[in-house]
Ligand binder design. Structure first.
Ligand code: DGL
Length: 272
């Protein structure tokens, strides 16, 4: 029987895991945060691919895992396709790796009445243009504006969200993206840290602009995926177990990570 692996550069994927556990509580999940090498947001394609590949292989070689969700936008943008095309077919033909960009872009257009959306993410995610490319496939007429918010991950991790300094930087990027068009009616939080900023963003956006977090979308999409792939679903163990691993100090991971996951966690340290 196999567990579901969930990978992120650090803490952020815990916001996605939180939604997975809510939608599909019966399954067993193993979470790995590569905290020792995060953030991935400003790193090159080659580096993000190499780090993410090592993590995926760790799940496959050290645990009973047949399915890994890359719950990190930057890694989904910069490593997922290459892993699916070059690592899986040769070495792990029966394993599957999924990301967060595809399920999000499959539905994002449905939230917008005006057909104009904004995407907020890390520098790596935005510069990869993955959201523009994927949204074009599913919603060809959709107008998409993007904004990198390089400081936001640090504001969230340092737990200084409600300070005047943070409010300045949150407002700075929100105003910048909204300045492109007053028709933007949907803002996507395309980074796993940003759901923790949702309340702060809500305070400064005009009425009628929706904020979309990915967790619930990814969770629903996983449910659909398992329905379509009984060969994977039937092998998943169902004991509602959650295990947490980090590549850095586990004490920090437990205290900071609990804020992201919404309940207490106990992790173990590993090296990749
Ligand atoms: N988890 C990353 C993402 O969703 C944000 C943190 C990082 O830059 O590593 O893009």
């Amino acid at each position: 029987m196999s567990k579901i692996g969930v990978f992120d550069s650090g803490y952020g994927g815990l916001t996605v895991l939180r939604s997975l556990v809510k939608e599909l509580p019966e399954y067993d999940y193993i979470y790995l945060g590569d905290n020792a090498r995060s953030p991935y947001g400003g790193r090159s394609f080659e580096t993000v691919f190499e780090y993410t590949k090592q993590a995926v292989i760790w799940f496959f070689e050290h645990h009973q895992v047949d399915l890994v969700i890359i719950a990190c936008n930057t890694a989904s943008a910069k490593a997922l396709r290459q892993i699916q095309q070059t690592v899986l077919p040769d070495v792990f033909p029966n394993k599957r790796v999924l990301g967060v960009i595809r399920p999000t872009t499959e539905t994002l257009g449905e939230f917008s009445n005006n057909g104009v959306v904004g995407v907020l993410g890390t520098e790596g995610t935005i510069k990869s243009d993955s959201y523009i490319i994927e949204l074009n496939k599913f919603f060809p007429g959709l107008v998409v504006y993007q904004e990198p918010c390089p400081l936001w991950v640090h504001l969230v991790e340092n737990n200084v969200i409600d300070t005047p300094g943070s409010e300045f930087f949150i407002e700075y990027h929100v105003n910048k993206i909204l300045s492109h068009s007053n028709k933007i009616d949907t803002l996507l939080l395309a980074c796993t840290h940003y759901p923790l900023l949702e309340n702060s963003i809500k305070k400064i956006i005009p009425d009628g602009v929706k904020i979309i977090s990915q967790g619930p979308i990814v969770a629903k999409s996983l449910r659909d995926y398992l329905q379509r792939h009984p060969e994977i679903k039937q092998n998943l163990s169902e004991q509602s177990m959650r295990e947490f691993f980090t590549t850095d100090y586990y004490a920090d991971f437990d205290s900071i990570g609990s804020r992201f996951f919404g309940e207490e966690i106990k992790s173990k340290r590993i090296t990749l």
